[in-house]
Design a protein around this ligand. Structure first.
Ligand SMILES: *Cc1c(COP(=O)(O)O)cnc(C)c1O
Length: 379
């Protein structure tokens, strides 16, 4: 042992564990564990990425102005109040660095994303977890937990791994009732899956202490490239930009993200496929006695009788080459989070859960909506 001493909080961090992507001895796994877009990014994004390869000796621009302008135009936002990061993870890190320290408490909810706790601990702040009600964010519990030390509140909407949504009225009440020295961060990683939802941008316009984070990792299928962004008051953006590395996003990232944003046909196709296959999968699992809350995202939180059954089903699926996500670490030991894959993956996971539950193949499950599924061409 050396005498090196990490900062307070660092050794309390349990490193983030991503969704598994391989199974020993299985060649063609179906990965439904990380909420990735099964159709991948727009071909235009891949082209833009490849074109960027010719300029690898050039430093990227530091202000992301073209990308911010494109984001602003699409969403009707002020480009000067957008900040881009290496995934929304980096924006979350900036928020904790700038607004929290050893004196502060950072509130997040029971089933919330683990990066909030990690980023809070990394700056020596105290993470404070508040209960949810039946897998729904409970605004009263959040308000009750606020103290003089609270600096940040993180709410994922739609939630991960719950896939549920807080109503606009409840979110508006939270924004209104939080003290104005507390920054409310609305994580809209899955906002694109809710047609017409602004991710909380309207509340950002109304309250200087509300901030929204977004990502290119989910709907835009660019999780591997790491691009996210945030939207907030000019004052907050100015603060965050002071800790942002000047070259945090490469030209390849910026170019691919911008191209992805412009391909609305791809987004529309991914959205409609997700909606169609998500309801098919949820109904198929419900028929098998595996219910789920109505999902507002690109995954389903499948509920089993108890933790043992969920774990056994996870093991069974792995044997069959299918990777889903155990979410015991998110306080949901009786659940499995299953990403809505392409049609073949959805059919396969439903079929295998049917076998796990002892349902005969070819029974009602297999007939469910079969015509509709067969009738539509796969993008
Ligand atoms: C996937 C996800 C993100 C996105 O993170 P990136 O760093 O942008 O890839 C953010 N928040 C939640 C809740 C997520 O599930």
């Amino acid at each position: 042992m050396t005498k090196l001493k990490p900062q307070p909080g660092i050794m309390q961090i349990k490193p983030y564990v991503g969704g598994a992507s391989s199974i020993a001895g299985v060649a063609n796994v179906i990965k439904l564990s990380s909420n990735e877009n099964p159709f991948g990014p727009s071909p235009d994004a891949i082209d833009a990425f490849q074109r960027a390869a010719h300029e690898l000796h050039r430093y990227p621009n530091t202000d992301h102005s073209t990308l911010r302008a494109a984001i602003a135009k699409l969403h009707g936002l002020d480009p000067d109040r957008i900040i881009c990061g290496v995934g929304s993870d980096e924006v979350i890190t900036f928020l904790c660095q700038c607004y929290s320290g050893p004196e502060n408490e950072v509130i997040y909810t029971e089933h919330g994303f683990s990066m909030y706790k990690i980023s809070a601990l990394a700056v020596g702040a105290t993470p404070v977890m508040v209960p949810e009600r039946e897998r729904m964010v409970d605004v009263d519990e959040i308000l009750k937990a606020v103290t003089e030390r609270t600096s940040l509140v993180f709410v994922t909407n739609p939630g991960n791994p719950t896939a549920t949504m807080v109503s606009h009225a409840e979110l508006a009440r939270l924004a209104r009732e939080l003290p104005d020295n507390v920054l409310l961060v609305l994580d809209g990683a899955y906002a694109e899956y809710v047609d017409g939802f602004d991710g909380g941008a309207g509340l950002v316009e109304k309250y200087a202490n509300v901030f929204m984070t977004r990502t290119f990792s989910k709907m835009y299928g660019l999780g591997g490239l790491r691009i996210g962004w945030g939207y907030g008051a000019a004052e907050v953006i100015d603060v965050l930009n002071r800790v942002r590395g000047p070259f945090n996003l490469s030209m390849a990232q910026q170019a691919a993200a911008e191209a992805a944003l412009h391909d609305r046909a791809h987004v529309a196709r991914c959205l409609s496929e997700n909606t169609r296959l998500r309801s098919w999968l949820a109904e198929a699992l419900a028929e098998l006695g595996v219910p789920s809350d109505t999902s507002c995202a690109n995954f389903i939180l499948a509920r089993f009788a108890n933790a043992d059954e969920a774990t056994a089903c996870n093991d069974f699926l792995q044997e069959k080459g299918i990777i889903v996500r155990l979410v015991a670490g998110y306080g949901l030991p009786n659940c499995l989070r299953i990403t809505v894959g392409d049609e073949a993956s959805c059919r396969r996971v439903a079929h295998m859960i049917g076998r796990f539950k002892g349902g005969a193949p070819g029974s009602r499950l297999m007939l469910l909506d079969e015509d509709r599924l067969d009738g539509e061409d796969q993008a």
